[in-house]
Write a new protein. Structure first.
Length: 247
């Protein structure tokens, strides 16, 4: 193979890697194998993890009163088994329903015409040194442009499931930062569910469950990867052309 062909192959490989093709090379290496489960690890040690910082009120110091069973600053009279500190586990009841319908249309048109004529150029009827007659119209231009754009969205989504989450941080005002991840593999398809956000201990039910609608700064992601997902996605070459092509 000549040096020129080797350079071409290297350029093609570089374009594939820079455009996300390396991910497809990894997929080719796993052809015929089921998706691998992720390792169970500490969410706070993951790459890109950042502790949550929120505006906090002044902390109330806890103090004990003589001959009293109540402690100032305490959140409850009796201690229960609900999640309240870092490392505790609670169950999040994900109940998400969303629907939207949007339709719009934009129309635009333009018609331009330029016409510049001359009947006698300094008494000349022909172009000097040639026998070409001087045209009666020096400039004639016509242009017409029109566009008609239509768009509509009709979406209906519903997600109802449960996922266990871990308390990863305790904020100064007592609120809890939680994060949970669930992976389910059925044959060659992997389903992933991620839940994260900030919750109040008071919103946790007696059975240590929490409704997803009571999570502040909620981040809920539900998706999958595997053979079925690959078939539903357009080819990476088509995705690149959709981004690059201006028409």
């Amino acid at each position: 193979m000549s040096l020129r062909n080797l350079l071409k192959l290297g350029a093609i490989a570089l374009v594939m890697c820079t455009s996300g093709g390396c991910a497809y090379l990894d997929r080719l290496a796993n052809v015929g194998q089921e998706p691998k489960l992720s390792a169970v690890d500490n969410p706070a040690a993951q790459r890109g993890y950042k502790p949550v910082t929120m505006p906090m009120p002044e902390p109330i110091p806890a103090s004990y009163n003589p001959n009293s069973l109540w402690r100032n600053g305490s959140r409850a009279f009796f201690k229960d088994q609900r999640a309240h500190q870092v490392g505790d586990i609670l169950t999040v009841k994900v109940n998400f329903t969303d629907s939207a319908a949007v339709a719009n249309e934009t129309q635009r048109s333009r018609d331009n015409k330029e016409d510049s004529g001359i009947t006698n150029l300094f008494g000349l009827k022909k172009v000097p040194l040639t026998s070409t007659p001087i045209p009666g119209r020096l400039l004639t231009a016509d242009s017409t442009a029109s566009s008609d754009g239509k768009g509509s969205v009709n979406r209906s989504e519903q997600l109802k499931t449960n996922v266990a989450a871990v308390v990863t941080q305790l904020l100064p005002n007592g609120n809890l930062v939680i994060e949970g991840k669930q992976e389910i593999r059925v044959n060659f398809e992997m389903r992933e569910l991620k839940v994260a956000g900030i919750v109040r201990p008071e919103d946790i039910e007696n059975d240590n469950t929490l409704d997803s609608s009571k999570i502040a700064q909620a981040r809920i992601a539900y998706g999958g990867r595997g053979q079925l997902t690959d078939v539903q996605q357009p080819r990476w070459g088509q995705q690149i052309s959709d981004v690059i092509l201006p028409f």
